[in-house]
Design a protein around this ligand. Structure first.
Ligand SMILES: Nc1nc2c(ncn2[C@@H]2O[C@H](COP(=O)(O)OP(=O)(O)O)[C@@H](O)[C@H]2O)c(=O)[nH]1
Ligand SMILES: [Mg+2]
Length: 354
């Protein structure tokens, strides 16, 4: 998952670190008496080793930051990180991170490295990794824990899955059903894709394997009626969660969008989940944005993350539409679904697994 991006981030981290080390080596030898909290003209001398820790930790007022390199402190300036910052920007764009999200990450990196006092140990690597980590976490925002959500909601919890064709909605409905069952919740699935031949059968095959009840009508039936019945069934049998599969649709196809509006009115979903594939990169981000504007979206599932070397959609989508990612799909098996925890994904990207 995201291997190309991971490798490139590793390289750019090394570049940041070596630039900072170079800046440290170019720094003049420490001067004695210094006023730590006062603004000073550039270039400023490094701070004294013997300056009290609490003084060293105070934010400086000018545009640079003290960095400890091999047990000595230097003042890091913008020019020292300009080049790796540019390289990082190119890497993010090449890996399908949306432009505004790339800008945000770069701005966060710059702000964190320059113009603020930073307390770090003697490792430049740690500084670079933690700065990059917090910039990425900043754009990924908070995930959404489905188990917590279900625990805290009135029953039955109704979840509607929507999005374009072939992205993995039906597979995701089956995976989420399995995930909820494993975690102690009862589930019923509504076969709301009555449009495509074979869709009901496909869903029933998944559900049979997983021991999940499917409510379905004939092909061509009104999906609102099917999903209404699924909700009634859940009420009558005290089922915790209703998962509603739907036919793939485009935001710009009026008849299908009207049908979706009707499903929403009749079923009254608690969560509308937009499903798209991570491999679609920027296209997935644009489509999610358009779906969110036209029908509204509460959360996103990105499938096929296992086939995506870039990770751009996963990084960009939540920040772009302002809605959390719920899961990443990571394969074709029923267990190949990963609750989206931003910190875990960022650690995976930065390759340190901590
Ligand atoms: N590699 C991989 N394939 C997936 C994933 N999710 C779905 N698929 C495959 O994508 C194809 C389309 O899935 P389907 O659920 O029928 O999509 P739908 O048309 O949106 O309902 C199927 O072959 C699935 O096995 C995933 O996370 N990883
Ligand atoms: Mg389907």
């Amino acid at each position: 998952m995201f291997d190309s991006l991971k490798k490139k981030l590793q390289n750019v981290k090394t570049k940041f670190a070596s630039n900072i080390e170079e800046a440290a080596e170019a720094e003049p030898a420490p001067q004695p008496a210094e006023q730590p909290a006062e603004p000073q003209p550039l270039p400023a001398p490094p701070r004294e080793e013997e300056a009290p820790a609490e003084e060293r930790d105070k934010p400086t007022l000018f545009n640079k930051v003290k960095v400890l390199v091999r047990d000595r402190e230097i003042l890091l300036q913008e020019k020292d990180i300009e080049e790796p910052l540019f390289e990082l920007e190119m890497i993010l764009l090449e890996n399908d991170v949306a432009l505004p999200v790339t800008d945000e990450i770069i701005a966060r990196m710059r702000k964190d490295l320059v113009g603020r006092h930073k307390k770090i140990g003697s490792s430049v690597d740690d500084l670079v990794t933690s700065t990059l980590r917090s910039a990425l976490c900043g754009v990924l925002g908070e995930g959404l824990d489905l188990l917590d959500y279900v625990r805290e909601s009135e029953r039955p919890v109704k979840i509607l899955f929507t999005g374009v064709n072939g992205t993995g909605k039906t597979t995701t409905v089956a995976k989420v059903g399995h995930y909820l069952q494993k975690n102690g919740f009862s589930v019923v699935i509504g076969a709301g894709d009555t449009f495509r031949a074979g869709a009901i059968e496909q869903l029933r095959t998944h559900a049979d394997r997983l021991g999940i009840k499917v409510i379905h009508h004939q092909a061509g039936a009104d999906p609102s009626a099917v999903l209404f019945d699924a909700v009634q069934y859940a009420r009558a049998h005290s089922i915790d969660v209703v998962l509603a599969d739907t036919a793939g649709r485009f935001h710009n196809r009026a008849n299908l969008m009207n049908q979706l509006e009707k499903i929403r009115r009749v079923m009254k979903p608690d969560l509308v989940v937009y499903v798209d594939e991570a491999v679609a990169g920027n296209d997935a981000v644009i489509r999610a944005d358009e779906f969110n504007r036209t029908v509204g979206t509460d959360a996103v599932v990105l499938t096929k993350a296992d086939m995506d070397p870039k990770g751009g959609a996963a990084i960009s989508i939540a920040h772009t539409i302002g809605k959390p990612i719920l899961f990443l799909g990571t394969g074709q098996g029923y267990d190949d679904i990963l609750p989206f925890e931003p910190r875990v994904v960022v650690n995976e990207l930065l390759g340190d697994g901590t």
